[in-house]
Design a binder for this molecule. Structure first.
Ligand SMILES: CC(C)(COP(=O)(O)OP(=O)(O)OC[C@H]1O[C@@H](n2cnc3c(N)ncnc32)[C@H](O)[C@@H]1OP(=O)(O)O)[C@@H](O)C(=O)NCCC(=O)NCCS
Length: 170
């Protein structure tokens, strides 16, 4: 099954937000916050499509000096085919100049494995940006993307998505 990733057009934001709320229903997100991040140009939604059907998404939020993966989800039927990993790999090339952080529930082994395999590492406590940190007793881990020597090849190979995002949003 072939999938492709690209920016979700504005007319599909409503559908994408409903999908996020359904698939991440334990994470405390609400429609208005997700919509506000998108409409106030603080976030980009990357979608994974199979035969033009939206089957997964990643919400990429950006602050001045940091980027943050806010949500990652794939519809149940389409899981375990590499789509989650592909969404994450597309996100690392969006803003190469600033750190990229992701928060993952400690018991979410699938998500942890995806970030491990996409060259993220667990942040030390002093690396967690203060605006993102949880209160003590957090059940979450923070991951940070590690830039590798091969990173610039990845960046070049993926410049089509990157160029479109820059042209549209940044
Ligand atoms: C987490 C989530 C996004 C992963 O999506 P996904 O598309 O299944 O992710 P991938 O296919 O890239 O990887 C998942 C697993 O499938 C395996 N896989 C990938 N391609 C495969 C293939 N062709 N055949 C068999 N297995 C495969 C991966 O090795 C991985 O295995 P693991 O669970 O043992 O680590 C999805 O499970 C989800 O939406 N969960 C609910 C929301 C959530 O937890 N989001 C993350 C919050 S940070």
């Amino acid at each position: 099954m072939i999938h492709e990733c690209h920016i979700i057009p504005e007319k599909q934001h409503h559908l994408a937000i409903l999908m996020i709320l359904e698939l991440l229903n334990d994470e405390g997100f609400n429609y208005d916050d997700l919509n506000l991040w998108l409409t106030s140009n603080q976030a980009i939604l990357i979608g994974a499509y199979v035969n033009k059907e939206l089957v997964g998404s990643l919400m990429f939020c950006y602050y001045k000096n940091i980027s943050y993966i806010q949500t990652l989800c794939v519809k149940s039927y389409y899981r375990k085919r590499g789509i989650g990993k592909s969404l994450v790999n597309n996100s690392v090339i969006i803003r190469p100049e600033v750190p990229l952080i992701a928060k993952v529930s400690n018991n979410n082994n699938t998500a942890k494995n995806i970030f491990d395999s996409c060259n993220f590492q667990i942040c030390k406590s002093d690396e967690i940006p203060h605006e993102l940190s949880d209160p003590p007793n957090s059940t979450h881990l923070f991951y940070k993307f590690k830039k590798l020597d091969s990173y610039w090849n990845l960046y070049t190979d993926s410049c089509y998505l990157n160029d479109r995002i820059r042209a549209l949003y940044l």
